[in-house]
Ligand binder design. Structure first.
Ligand SMILES: *Cc1c(COP(=O)(O)O)cnc(C)c1O
Length: 429
């Protein structure tokens, strides 16, 4: 499969049925798995043999789909989680513990911002946020003796800033820690962060990968490129014996290619149980089979709509990285020459009231907290997710009251533009 292009991998990677076996991946709807002897079972519990014993840790359906996502990102090992939140928590907590420090881009998904700055803080993990556009000096100055990971999003949700992956990877590696990149918005069809130096990639598969607004899920992919043993003093969880598995040293027993995901499955999945259901994994795979066909259309619609909006007198500003003139245009074209995603944000003159009237007048675009699925949807942060903020607080956060986030779906771009046009006319009236 590794010789094929990403288009073919979207359709066929991860699962190769044998003679007479199901063509579509089977949903293994079973919590448990049968063994003939206790010795056989014991080998699994000692991580001496590979196999399934309980779906809280691993399930074959999930592993077929994880293997596909692993192939798409060019990783060495991968796993599915119950949500994108679980994926980012596991990816960080697999190498951080009480007393650790994270360097993270300040421009990240609100849920991840809360996870790191509030919930992980309660576990004793601290964070320094940096502007994704900061200089190398500012970035290097954020590191501490106890820094264990660097985190950012390829295209941030909802700020739509673009991460300079090479800059962040260089700084992470200079300090002996891995770079974790959340690649949810571009998907591996448009960007493969591992090729630019990222060590671990995460996804909210809830977004474009599923692509139909049908199943919440997440994924973690390890590049296999980070040399844990070369920095053994920083990563005792991977480089010293695990008492809960008879003293196994993950980085020795499973090597650079397998240590991270094996530890994440056998410790974090065992103890937290944030597994994706096999039914959801099956639905996710249906989405993946057409990801390479859908992403170009999302991008085509996104750019056409951004260009249209930019020319409208009611629109103060349009934020879309692939729109010429955008602050992140050059970075976007470097990492994503074929397009990024279909999500746009723009500010309407007239603030909250104008945004509300505009969105009420839209016929195709529904008001939702979701993004990145087949149906176009929109949201005004000032009256929904950021409702409790005052006008001044909204401006300080870079989310003016008249800002609308629009996720362009797979409809015809002419219909989308016509819908926006009639809604703008309604605001004008
Ligand atoms: C939605 C999202 C998440 C969280 O994913 P869930 O599947 O909703 O838990 C994380 N990162 C990014 C970039 C997202 O867009």
């Amino acid at each position: 499969m590794s010789d094929y292009t990403i288009n073919t991998k979207c359709v066929q990677a991860g699962y190769t049925p044998g003679n007479g076996e199901p063509r579509q991946i089977p949903i293994i709807q079973s919590t448990t798995f049968k063994y003939a002897t206790s010795e056989d079972m014991g080998k699994l519990f000692d991580l001496e043999a590979e196999g399934y014993f309980y779906t809280r840790l691993q399930n074959p359906t999930n592993d077929y789909v994880a293997a596909k996502i692993c192939a798409l990102e060019g990783g060495s090992a991968a796993m599915l989680t119950s949500s994108g939140q679980a994926a980012n928590f596991f990816a960080l907590f697999n190498i951080c513990e009480c007393g650790s420090h994270i360097v993270a881009s300040s421009s990240i998904y609100g849920g991840t911002f809360n996870l790191i700055s509030v919930t992980m803080a309660k576990m004793g993990v601290t964070v320094t946020f940096v502007d994704p556009d900061c200089s190398e000096e500012e970035l290097n100055a954020a590191f501490k003796e106890n820094t264990r990971a660097v985190f950012g999003e390829t295209i941030a949700n909802p700020a739509l800033t673009v991460l300079d992956i090479e800059k962040f990877a260089k700084a992470a590696h200079a300090h002996g820690v891995p770079l974790i990149v959340d690649n949810t918005f571009p998907t591996p069809v448009n960007c493969r962060p591992i090729e630019w130096g990222a060590d671990i990639v995460t996804h909210s598969t809830t977004k474009y990968m599923d692509g139909h607004g049908a199943a919440v899920g997440g994924a973690i992919i390890d590049s296999g490129n980070f040399d844990w043993m070369a920095h053994a003093e920083k990563f005792p969880g991977l480089c010293t014996p695990d008492d809960s598995y008879h003293g196994i040293v993950y980085a020795e027993k499973f090597g650079q290619a397998g240590a991270f995901i094996t530890k994440c499955t056998s410790q974090l999945m065992r103890d937290f149980g944030c597994i994706q259901s096999p039914q959801h994994a099956f639905i996710l795979n249906l989405g993946l089979e057409s990801l390479h066909v859908r992403m170009p259309r999302h991008c085509e619609n996104g750019l056409a709509v951004a260009e249209f909006l930019q020319a409208q007198p009611e629109v103060v500003a349009v934020n879309y990285p692939h729109l010429p003139g955008n602050k992140f245009y050059d970075t976007a074209m470097k990492y994503m020459p074929n397009g990024g995603c279909g999500v746009i944000s723009f500010e309407l003159k007239g603030g909250r009231a104008a945004a509300e009237a505009f969105m009420k007048a839209l016929k195709l675009a529904a008001i939702e907290t979701h993004v990145a699925d087949a149906r176009t949807c929109c949201l005004n942060p000032a009256t929904s997710t950021h409702r409790q903020m005052t006008e001044e607080q909204l401006n300080a956060a870079g989310i003016p009251a008249g800002m609308v986030r629009l996720s362009c779906g797979l409809e015809d771009k002419l219909d989308l533009i016509a819908d926006l046009k009639q809604a703008l006319e309604a605001v004008r009236a």
